[in-house]
Design a protein around this ligand. Structure first.
Ligand code: 17E
Ligand code: FE2
Length: 416
């Protein structure tokens, strides 16, 4: 593959990128714009970035909203109840069809790396079995990581621990958790200890749904962070949601942040999901129900944005467009100062790649897999503002998506 006239983030001038056998072999500055070449892809001066990364989605539940019933209260807990009804009717084929359709949507938006949670509080582990197959079948489009996610708890669900162990033995990549949903604080802590032990034993990564509630007393993040620190697991551990942090008082947060920095764990915020599910027990003033994204970032912690849901019992909208979530997140988290705007793609690329621990499998550098996306914009700021589309997606040196520019026709009589 050869691509000319590429604008790279935060660099002036245009670049040529070359790849052979699926890996970058050269990334070099050009002297001015090059004329189109027959065998080269032409970025036309548009932004070329490593693929977008979706670090938190639930593929097993995607595209099931309303089946058999809609979540009428808009709460997390009703979502879990509605999902339990749908879970009882899952089939292998049903999950595979919806997961592939959802991955296609993500591919269409320039995403090539995805971490999905899969509910393993099901004695048949039907969803896990289906997604293990999807992980292989999707390799030419997407790198998929699978989290063994105990939606109905580990210590408060029958055989919860055994199901987690079986899921890891069958090939899940990441150990999940949901301590705020366990029946008691003690169970939340024992479940966290169990899942961290399991991750250490199996060498797996960790990604816990942590404190997804407006309850300011939900303080499992400190437990997860302390265990991460004590075990030296650092960036191998991710805390997802942590929305209770939006309700913690500042004195507690000042103490908590010291520990978070010592632990060095990652954070994922799902701002569209959280603004929808949280604040549901407030009248006015209403909380935003989102974690402290800007504050985590300023404290040097790794934090990124994710979609969480596409048309499922928790969230009725979504279409795979991660830049929509970035736009919402920056609004909700008061992050529209120029410094944030000019680096906003960090929150859907590099920071998320770190969550997934992609290491040297990610990034525009010689020797790494030749994966890239051309966005229909020149800069982070313009990509966000114009909700730029992926014009081209290249994976292992091959084009996997090409999008023709939209054409608008304004009749003569309607022109100004
Ligand atoms: N399950 C959960 O516990 N929380 C969520 N936000 C979703 C599923 C989507
Ligand atoms: Fe989630």
């Amino acid at each position: 593959m050869k691509m000319i006239n590429a604008q790279l983030r935060h660099r002036s001038g245009l670049y040529t990128l070359c790849a052979e056998q699926g890996r970058f072999t050269a990334i070099e500055p050009q002297h001015g714009e090059l004329a189109p070449e027959a065998l080269a892809l032409d970025a036309g001066g548009q932004l070329v970035i490593p693929p977008l990364v979706e670090p938190h989605i639930h593929l097993d539940a995607a595209l099931t909203a309303g089946e058999p019933a809609w979540n009428m209260s808009g709460t997390l807990f009703e979502g879990i109840e509605r999902w339990a009804e749908r879970k009882a009717t899952l089939s292998h084929e049903d999950i595979k069809l919806r997961a592939h359709a959802t991955l296609d949507m993500l591919r269409d938006h320039g995403i090539q790396h995805v971490r999905t949670h899969v509910d393993v509080t099901d004695p048949s582990l039907t969803a896990l079995g289906a997604l293990l197959e999807v992980r292989d079948e999707a390799r030419d489009r997407i790198d998929l990581q699978i989290v063994a996610f105990p939606q109905e708890g580990i210590d408060s669900f029958p055989q919860g621990r055994a199901l987690m162990e079986e899921a890891m033995a069958r090939g899940a990549d990441v150990v999940g958790g949901i301590p705020h949903y366990e029946h008691t604080r003690e169970q939340g802590i024992s479940a966290l200890t169990f899942l961290m032990d399991l991750a250490e034993r199996t060498g797996a990564l960790v990604d816990v749904h942590c404190d997804e509630t407006d309850d300011p007393h939900s303080r499992f993040l400190e437990v997860l962070a302390e265990q991460t620190r004590a075990r030296g697991m650092g960036a191998r551990v991710t805390a997802s949601h942590t929305v209770a942090m939006g309700s913690y008082d500042n004195a507690y947060c000042a103490k908590l942040f010291r520990l978070l920095q010592k632990a060095g764990l990652n954070f994922v915020s799902c701002p569209t999901e959280s603004i929808h599910l949280q604040g549901r027990f407030d009248t006015f003033p209403k909380r935003r129900g989102v974690t402290r994204v800007a504050e985590l970032d300023r404290a040097g912690l790794n934090v990124c944005f994710a979609q969480d849901s596409i048309k499922d019992p928790w969230y009725p909208l979504g279409n795979g467009n991660l830049l929509r979530v970035l736009d919402a997140g920056l609004h909700i988290c008061h992050m529209m100062g120029f410094e944030d705007l000019r680096r906003c793609l960090d929150f859907v690329t590099d920071h998320s790649a770190k969550v997934m621990q992609l290491g040297d499998q990610y990034g525009l550098e010689v020797g790494r897999p030749a994966n890239l996306v051309v966005l229909d914009a020149e800069s982070d700021y313009e990509a966000l503002r114009r909700q730029a589309k992926a014009r081209l997606s290249v994976r292992h040196g091959e084009v996997i998506l090409r999008r023709e520019p939209e054409r608008l026709i304004v009749p003569q009589a309607a022109r100004t």
